[in-house]
Design a protein around this ligand. Sequence first.
Ligand SMILES: N[C@@H](CCC(=O)N[C@@H](CS)C(=O)NCC(=O)O)C(=O)O
Length: 305
Amino acid sequence: RARLWSNKGQQLLSTNMSDIMYASYVYLLYGTAGVVTSIVSLWLIIQKLKSKFRPPPIAPFPPDTVQLFQFNRGPYCPSFSPFPMKLETYLRMAKIPYQNDFGSHFSKKGKIPWIRYNGEDVADTAFCIDFLNKKLDIDLDKHLSYEEQAVSWAFKRMLNEGLYWVAVYYRWVTDGGFRMAQLCFGNTIVIKYIVRPMMVKQCYSQGLGRHSPEEIKTIALADLQAIETFLGNKKFLMGNEPSEVDCSLFGFMAQFYWQLKDGVAEKFIPDHCPKIVQYCERMKARFWPDWDECITHGGTKIPTK
Ligand SMILES: N[C@@H](CCC(=O)N[C@@H](CS)C(=O)NCC(=O)O)C(=O)O
Protein backbone atom coordinates (compact mmCIF):
# COMPACT_ATOMS: atom_id res chain seq x y z
CA ARG A 1 0.00 0.00 0.00
CA ALA A 2 2.91 2.28 0.91
CA ARG A 3 4.48 1.58 -2.52
CA LEU A 4 1.15 2.26 -4.16
CA TRP A 5 0.90 5.69 -2.44
CA SER A 6 4.47 6.62 -3.33
CA ASN A 7 3.89 5.71 -7.01
CA LYS A 8 0.72 7.77 -6.99
CA GLY A 9 2.64 10.65 -5.42
CA GLN A 10 5.33 10.46 -8.07
CA GLN A 11 2.70 10.34 -10.79
CA LEU A 12 0.96 13.31 -9.23
CA LEU A 13 4.25 15.22 -8.94
CA SER A 14 5.29 14.57 -12.53
CA THR A 15 1.81 15.51 -13.80
CA ASN A 16 1.99 18.78 -11.85
CA MET A 17 5.50 19.49 -13.16
CA SER A 18 4.49 19.00 -16.80
CA ASP A 19 1.41 21.21 -16.24
CA ILE A 20 3.61 23.94 -14.78
CA MET A 21 6.11 23.60 -17.66
CA TYR A 22 3.26 23.80 -20.17
CA ALA A 23 1.73 26.82 -18.46
CA SER A 24 5.17 28.53 -18.40
CA TYR A 25 5.60 27.97 -22.15
CA VAL A 26 2.15 29.37 -22.82
CA TYR A 27 2.79 32.41 -20.61
CA LEU A 28 6.18 32.98 -22.26
CA LEU A 29 4.65 32.70 -25.72
CA TYR A 30 1.77 35.08 -24.95
CA GLY A 31 4.09 37.43 -23.06
CA THR A 32 6.54 37.65 -25.97
CA ALA A 33 3.71 38.10 -28.47
CA GLY A 34 2.27 40.88 -26.26
CA VAL A 35 5.58 42.71 -25.98
CA VAL A 36 6.27 42.42 -29.74
CA THR A 37 2.73 43.63 -30.57
CA SER A 38 3.11 46.62 -28.20
CA ILE A 39 6.50 47.58 -29.69
CA VAL A 40 5.20 47.29 -33.27
CA SER A 41 2.03 49.30 -32.44
CA LEU A 42 4.06 52.01 -30.70
CA TRP A 43 6.43 52.19 -33.67
CA LEU A 44 3.48 52.45 -36.08
CA ILE A 45 1.87 55.22 -33.97
CA ILE A 46 5.18 57.16 -33.86
CA GLN A 47 5.62 56.78 -37.64
CA LYS A 48 2.03 57.98 -38.21
CA LEU A 49 2.60 60.99 -35.92
CA LYS A 50 5.94 61.76 -37.57
CA SER A 51 4.39 61.63 -41.04
CA LYS A 52 2.08 64.49 -39.97
CA PHE A 53 5.17 66.67 -39.58
CA ARG A 54 7.01 65.53 -42.74
CA PRO A 55 6.48 66.90 -46.27
CA PRO A 56 3.36 65.16 -47.66
CA PRO A 57 3.63 62.97 -50.79
CA ILE A 58 3.43 64.87 -54.07
CA ALA A 59 -0.22 65.03 -55.15
CA PRO A 60 -1.86 66.56 -58.25
CA PHE A 61 -1.70 70.36 -57.98
CA PRO A 62 -2.33 73.21 -60.44
CA PRO A 63 0.83 73.77 -62.53
CA ASP A 64 2.96 76.92 -62.10
CA THR A 65 1.26 77.59 -58.76
CA VAL A 66 3.24 77.75 -55.54
CA GLN A 67 2.04 75.49 -52.75
CA LEU A 68 2.95 77.37 -49.58
CA PHE A 69 3.24 75.23 -46.46
CA GLN A 70 2.78 77.26 -43.32
CA PHE A 71 1.19 77.26 -39.84
CA ASN A 72 -2.51 78.00 -39.39
CA ARG A 73 -3.55 81.65 -39.58
CA GLY A 74 -2.61 83.86 -36.62
CA PRO A 75 -4.78 85.80 -34.11
CA TYR A 76 -3.88 89.34 -35.19
CA CYS A 77 -1.58 88.75 -38.22
CA PRO A 78 -2.04 86.32 -41.13
CA SER A 79 0.76 84.27 -39.63
CA PHE A 80 1.92 83.80 -36.07
CA SER A 81 5.49 83.64 -37.36
CA PRO A 82 7.55 86.25 -39.25
CA PHE A 83 8.90 83.80 -41.86
CA PRO A 84 5.57 82.72 -43.39
CA MET A 85 4.54 86.42 -43.34
CA LYS A 86 7.76 87.24 -45.22
CA LEU A 87 7.25 84.52 -47.86
CA GLU A 88 3.55 85.16 -48.42
CA THR A 89 4.22 88.90 -48.71
CA TYR A 90 6.92 88.12 -51.31
CA LEU A 91 4.46 85.98 -53.34
CA ARG A 92 1.99 88.86 -53.28
CA MET A 93 4.62 91.47 -54.16
CA ALA A 94 5.93 89.36 -57.06
CA LYS A 95 2.34 88.49 -58.10
CA ILE A 96 3.06 84.76 -58.17
CA PRO A 97 -0.02 82.50 -58.05
CA TYR A 98 -0.03 80.46 -54.84
CA GLN A 99 -2.22 78.36 -52.61
CA ASN A 100 -1.74 77.89 -48.88
CA ASP A 101 -1.40 74.54 -47.19
CA PHE A 102 -2.00 75.26 -43.51
CA GLY A 103 -0.91 72.90 -40.77
CA SER A 104 2.21 71.32 -39.41
CA HIS A 105 4.00 69.82 -42.41
CA PHE A 106 7.62 70.81 -41.79
CA SER A 107 10.18 70.95 -44.61
CA LYS A 108 12.87 68.33 -45.04
CA LYS A 109 15.07 70.73 -43.03
CA GLY A 110 12.54 70.58 -40.18
CA LYS A 111 11.29 74.18 -40.49
CA ILE A 112 8.19 76.07 -41.64
CA PRO A 113 7.47 77.69 -44.12
CA TRP A 114 8.55 76.02 -47.35
CA ILE A 115 7.24 75.66 -50.89
CA ARG A 116 6.47 73.05 -53.50
CA TYR A 117 6.49 74.26 -57.11
CA ASN A 118 5.73 71.96 -60.05
CA GLY A 119 6.75 68.99 -57.89
CA GLU A 120 10.00 70.53 -56.55
CA ASP A 121 10.33 71.15 -52.80
CA VAL A 122 12.34 74.14 -51.57
CA ALA A 123 13.06 74.83 -47.88
CA ASP A 124 14.07 78.11 -46.17
CA THR A 125 12.46 81.42 -47.16
CA ALA A 126 15.67 82.88 -48.63
CA PHE A 127 16.16 79.83 -50.85
CA CYS A 128 12.45 79.80 -51.79
CA ILE A 129 12.72 83.43 -52.94
CA ASP A 130 15.98 82.77 -54.85
CA PHE A 131 14.43 79.71 -56.50
CA LEU A 132 11.31 81.59 -57.65
CA ASN A 133 13.34 84.64 -58.75
CA LYS A 134 15.42 82.39 -61.02
CA LYS A 135 12.54 80.21 -62.25
CA LEU A 136 10.26 83.15 -63.06
CA ASP A 137 12.88 85.78 -63.86
CA ILE A 138 11.81 88.08 -61.02
CA ASP A 139 13.98 90.74 -59.43
CA LEU A 140 12.31 92.95 -56.84
CA ASP A 141 15.68 94.69 -56.29
CA LYS A 142 16.42 95.70 -59.87
CA HIS A 143 15.98 99.38 -59.06
CA LEU A 144 18.59 99.19 -56.27
CA SER A 145 22.29 100.02 -56.67
CA TYR A 146 24.86 97.39 -55.59
CA GLU A 147 25.49 99.42 -52.45
CA GLU A 148 21.77 99.51 -51.62
CA GLN A 149 21.57 95.77 -52.24
CA ALA A 150 24.40 95.28 -49.72
CA VAL A 151 22.56 97.39 -47.11
CA SER A 152 19.38 95.50 -47.82
CA TRP A 153 21.22 92.18 -47.28
CA ALA A 154 22.57 93.42 -43.92
CA PHE A 155 19.04 94.36 -42.77
CA LYS A 156 17.73 90.94 -43.83
CA ARG A 157 20.42 89.25 -41.74
CA MET A 158 19.65 91.47 -38.75
CA LEU A 159 15.98 90.55 -38.95
CA ASN A 160 16.32 86.84 -39.72
CA GLU A 161 19.18 86.03 -37.38
CA GLY A 162 18.91 88.73 -34.68
CA LEU A 163 15.45 90.17 -34.22
CA TYR A 164 13.96 86.71 -34.79
CA TRP A 165 15.31 85.58 -31.40
CA VAL A 166 13.89 88.68 -29.73
CA ALA A 167 10.51 87.66 -31.17
CA VAL A 168 11.06 84.07 -29.99
CA TYR A 169 11.85 85.40 -26.49
CA TYR A 170 8.71 87.57 -26.30
CA ARG A 171 6.61 84.79 -27.77
CA TRP A 172 7.75 81.63 -26.02
CA VAL A 173 9.74 82.66 -22.93
CA THR A 174 7.55 85.40 -21.45
CA ASP A 175 4.21 84.27 -20.03
CA GLY A 176 2.18 86.98 -21.78
CA GLY A 177 3.72 86.11 -25.16
CA PHE A 178 3.14 82.44 -24.57
CA ARG A 179 -0.58 83.09 -24.07
CA MET A 180 -0.57 84.35 -27.66
CA ALA A 181 1.15 81.14 -28.79
CA GLN A 182 -1.60 79.16 -27.07
CA LEU A 183 -4.20 81.26 -28.85
CA CYS A 184 -2.64 80.24 -32.15
CA PHE A 185 -1.59 76.64 -31.57
CA GLY A 186 -4.07 75.64 -28.87
CA ASN A 187 -3.74 75.21 -25.14
CA THR A 188 -2.42 71.68 -25.45
CA ILE A 189 -0.01 69.54 -23.41
CA VAL A 190 2.29 69.30 -26.47
CA ILE A 191 2.50 73.11 -26.78
CA LYS A 192 2.99 73.59 -23.03
CA TYR A 193 5.34 70.77 -22.16
CA ILE A 194 7.16 69.98 -25.41
CA VAL A 195 7.15 72.98 -27.78
CA ARG A 196 7.57 75.75 -25.19
CA PRO A 197 10.55 74.12 -23.39
CA MET A 198 12.08 73.36 -26.82
CA MET A 199 11.80 77.03 -27.89
CA VAL A 200 13.09 78.27 -24.51
CA LYS A 201 16.09 75.93 -24.93
CA GLN A 202 16.69 77.13 -28.52
CA CYS A 203 16.66 80.75 -27.31
CA TYR A 204 19.11 79.93 -24.53
CA SER A 205 21.40 77.97 -26.91
CA GLN A 206 21.41 80.83 -29.41
CA GLY A 207 22.49 83.15 -26.57
CA LEU A 208 19.75 85.77 -26.33
CA GLY A 209 17.89 83.73 -23.73
CA ARG A 210 20.83 84.12 -21.33
CA HIS A 211 20.33 87.89 -20.99
CA SER A 212 18.15 89.61 -18.38
CA PRO A 213 14.70 90.90 -19.47
CA GLU A 214 16.07 94.48 -19.26
CA GLU A 215 19.04 93.62 -21.51
CA ILE A 216 16.75 91.94 -24.06
CA LYS A 217 14.50 95.01 -24.07
CA THR A 218 17.58 97.20 -24.75
CA ILE A 219 18.60 94.99 -27.70
CA ALA A 220 15.04 94.96 -29.11
CA LEU A 221 14.69 98.74 -28.89
CA ALA A 222 18.14 99.30 -30.47
CA ASP A 223 17.21 97.11 -33.47
CA LEU A 224 13.85 98.85 -33.86
CA GLN A 225 15.46 102.27 -33.49
CA ALA A 226 17.95 101.43 -36.28
CA ILE A 227 15.05 100.47 -38.56
CA GLU A 228 13.07 103.58 -37.58
CA THR A 229 16.06 105.85 -38.32
CA PHE A 230 16.92 104.21 -41.65
CA LEU A 231 13.27 104.22 -42.74
CA GLY A 232 13.10 107.99 -42.10
CA ASN A 233 10.62 109.61 -44.47
CA LYS A 234 10.89 106.90 -47.12
CA LYS A 235 7.78 104.90 -47.93
CA PHE A 236 9.67 101.59 -47.96
CA LEU A 237 12.99 100.57 -46.45
CA MET A 238 15.14 101.18 -49.54
CA GLY A 239 13.19 104.08 -51.07
CA ASN A 240 9.78 104.98 -52.35
CA GLU A 241 9.35 101.66 -54.18
CA PRO A 242 9.11 98.36 -52.31
CA SER A 243 11.97 95.88 -52.67
CA GLU A 244 12.68 92.35 -51.48
CA VAL A 245 13.84 93.38 -47.99
CA ASP A 246 10.36 94.79 -47.33
CA CYS A 247 8.99 91.23 -47.28
CA SER A 248 11.26 90.42 -44.33
CA LEU A 249 10.81 93.78 -42.67
CA PHE A 250 7.05 93.64 -42.85
CA GLY A 251 7.03 90.00 -41.70
CA PHE A 252 8.86 91.02 -38.55
CA MET A 253 7.36 94.46 -37.89
CA ALA A 254 3.86 93.03 -38.22
CA GLN A 255 4.63 90.63 -35.36
CA PHE A 256 5.88 93.41 -33.09
CA TYR A 257 3.17 95.88 -34.04
CA TRP A 258 0.09 93.67 -34.09
CA GLN A 259 0.84 90.38 -32.49
CA LEU A 260 3.42 90.35 -29.69
CA LYS A 261 1.11 90.81 -26.74
CA ASP A 262 3.12 90.43 -23.58
CA GLY A 263 2.59 93.79 -21.91
CA VAL A 264 6.03 95.01 -23.07
CA ALA A 265 6.88 94.20 -26.67
CA GLU A 266 3.66 95.37 -28.31
CA LYS A 267 4.32 98.88 -26.98
CA PHE A 268 7.80 99.14 -28.53
CA ILE A 269 6.59 100.25 -31.96
CA PRO A 270 3.66 102.57 -31.04
CA ASP A 271 5.69 104.19 -28.23
CA HIS A 272 9.05 104.61 -29.98
CA CYS A 273 8.71 104.14 -33.72
CA PRO A 274 6.06 106.29 -35.47
CA LYS A 275 7.68 105.71 -38.89
CA ILE A 276 7.38 101.95 -38.46
CA VAL A 277 3.69 102.36 -37.54
CA GLN A 278 3.07 104.20 -40.83
CA TYR A 279 5.18 101.65 -42.69
CA CYS A 280 3.16 98.71 -41.27
CA GLU A 281 -0.14 100.35 -42.19
CA ARG A 282 1.18 101.18 -45.69
CA MET A 283 2.41 97.64 -46.37
CA LYS A 284 -0.82 96.16 -45.03
CA ALA A 285 -2.98 98.40 -47.23
CA ARG A 286 -0.88 97.70 -50.34
CA PHE A 287 -0.23 93.96 -50.12
CA TRP A 288 -2.83 92.66 -47.66
CA PRO A 289 -6.19 94.25 -48.55
CA ASP A 290 -7.78 90.96 -47.40
CA TRP A 291 -6.02 91.08 -43.99
CA ASP A 292 -9.23 90.74 -41.97
CA GLU A 293 -10.14 87.57 -43.86
CA CYS A 294 -6.72 86.10 -43.07
CA ILE A 295 -6.71 86.43 -39.26
CA THR A 296 -8.62 84.74 -36.46
CA HIS A 297 -9.40 88.05 -34.69
CA GLY A 298 -7.90 86.88 -31.43
CA GLY A 299 -9.16 83.34 -31.89
CA THR A 300 -12.82 84.38 -32.27
CA LYS A 301 -13.31 83.78 -36.01
CA ILE A 302 -12.40 81.17 -38.59
CA PRO A 303 -10.36 82.86 -41.34
CA THR A 304 -11.86 82.55 -44.79
CA LYS A 305 -8.53 82.88 -46.68
N1 LIG B 1 15.78 80.32 -41.93
C1 LIG B 1 14.45 79.78 -41.96
C2 LIG B 1 13.81 80.00 -40.61
C3 LIG B 1 12.42 79.38 -40.49
C4 LIG B 1 12.05 79.16 -39.03
O1 LIG B 1 12.82 79.43 -38.11
N2 LIG B 1 10.86 78.64 -38.82
C5 LIG B 1 10.40 78.34 -37.49
C6 LIG B 1 9.01 78.85 -37.32
S1 LIG B 1 9.07 80.56 -37.24
C7 LIG B 1 10.38 76.85 -37.29
O2 LIG B 1 10.00 76.12 -38.17
N3 LIG B 1 10.78 76.39 -36.11
C8 LIG B 1 10.71 75.02 -35.76
C9 LIG B 1 11.97 74.57 -35.10
O3 LIG B 1 12.91 75.34 -35.02
O4 LIG B 1 12.00 73.40 -34.69
C10 LIG B 1 13.67 80.43 -43.09
O5 LIG B 1 14.01 81.53 -43.49
O6 LIG B 1 12.72 79.79 -43.58
